[in-house]
Design a protein around this ligand. Structure first.
Ligand SMILES: [Zn+2]
Length: 327
């Protein structure tokens, strides 16, 4: 990836459950419960529930995939992250995982590494942002812990539910054997999302995910089809940073990088829309812009770029050609 920092975005948000949540712990059973909520000992305090950053990243990724899929039918513009090339079933045509395609390429042609600009430019929109096997993405999420505000006013509530009863209620898979779930019904978690070196359309995609998270349309954890996992996100801080450059309007890598870098990475040219950024605060070589109250309007050009990019991306055609060493 680019060796220098050009820009970054940092978003802090709280997760407030609407439905019962279950983020499963790796341990099979804790205290006789079949599926228990994951816990941590933080700062040597008593044990408390939390949501691992990896669960949050997975949730945001799969929702972003859904959005991209809704924007183009044929070919589908994003890969299925676990689908091996050559193993496509009905309905999975041309959706093999970018990362696994690169692995296959390396084996097939006995190549050790593929340069990262090439990997980036050949990857589907979602892998460009979230990464894939052997290629780290632009977006990272931190573990979500109970907020101080919440802890000052109350305690998290965890309850044991009968899994079979939930299945019967929702008409879900009726396994028969009795099992218990430990769900969280009260608690508020705070987390941070970081995006380093973003293209403008990537902020547009994240804006769409955040908007739906704010409206309680996204689910996390176990039992999404059983009336579990819905939450509301409250965005408490949204900050953009540009390094060494003071800007007046929203820009991404396509605008800020050289022609050579644009060619190597295949950044998507930005549409002409511009939205003004608020007054910056300078902090050494960094210029920071707080868009906590205005992100929905500031990021509109990013959403417009996303629509154009999905419509025009040459994925998976370019990746398929690469794999066959066709030009
Ligand atoms: Zn992909």
């Amino acid at each position: 990836m680019l060796k220098k920092m050009i820009n970054s975005a940092q978003i802090d948000f709280d997760i407030i459950p609407i439905d019962p949540l279950l983020i499963k712990s790796g341990q099979a059973t804790v205290g006789g419960v079949d599926m228990s909520f994951v816990r941590t000992y933080r700062f040597g305090e008593k044990e408390e529930p939390f949501i691992p950053g990896s669960s949050l990243k997975g949730m945001i990724r799969s929702y972003a995939e859904k959005i991209c899929r809704s924007l183009r039918d044929d070919p589908v513009p994003v890969c299925l992250p676990y689908l091996e090339p050559g193993k496509e079933q009905h309905g999975e045509h041309r959706q093999a995982s970018c990362g696994l395609c690169f692995e296959k390429y390396k084996k097939k042609y006995n190549v050790k590494t593929i340069p990262s600009p090439e990997i980036y430019s050949l990857s589907c929109p979602v892998c460009r942002l979230f990464g894939s096997h052997g290629f780290i993405g632009r977006l990272s999420t931190s573990d979500a812990y109970l907020t101080e505000d919440f802890k000052n006013t109350g305690n998290p509530v965890l309850e044991i539910r009968d899994g079979v009863a939930i299945d019967r209620l929702t008409g879900g898979a009726a396994g028969g054997a009795k099992y218990d779930l430990e769900v969280l019904t009260r608690g508020e978690f705070g987390t941070t999302l970081d995006i380093r070196n973003f293209e403008r359309w990537q902020l547009g995609l994240i804006a769409l995910v955040l908007r739906d998270m704010e409206q309680g349309l996204v689910r996390v954890g176990f039992g999404k089809s059983r009336g579990m996992g819905r939450f509301r996100a409250k965005i408490t801080n949204f900050r953009l940073t540009y390094y060494n450059q003071k800007l007046s309007g929203l820009s991404g890598l396509a605008e800020l990088c050289s022609r050579e870098e644009n060619n190597a990475y295949g950044f998507f040219a930005e549409t002409r829309d511009k939205s003004p950024l608020p007054k910056s605060e300078s902090n050494g070589l960094r210029y920071e812009y707080s868009i906590t109250d205005t992100w929905k309007t500031v990021l509109v050009p990013g959403v417009n770029d996303l629509l154009k990019f999905i419509e025009n991306t040459d994925w998976p055609g370019a990746l398929e050609k690469f794999l066959e060493r066709r030009n």
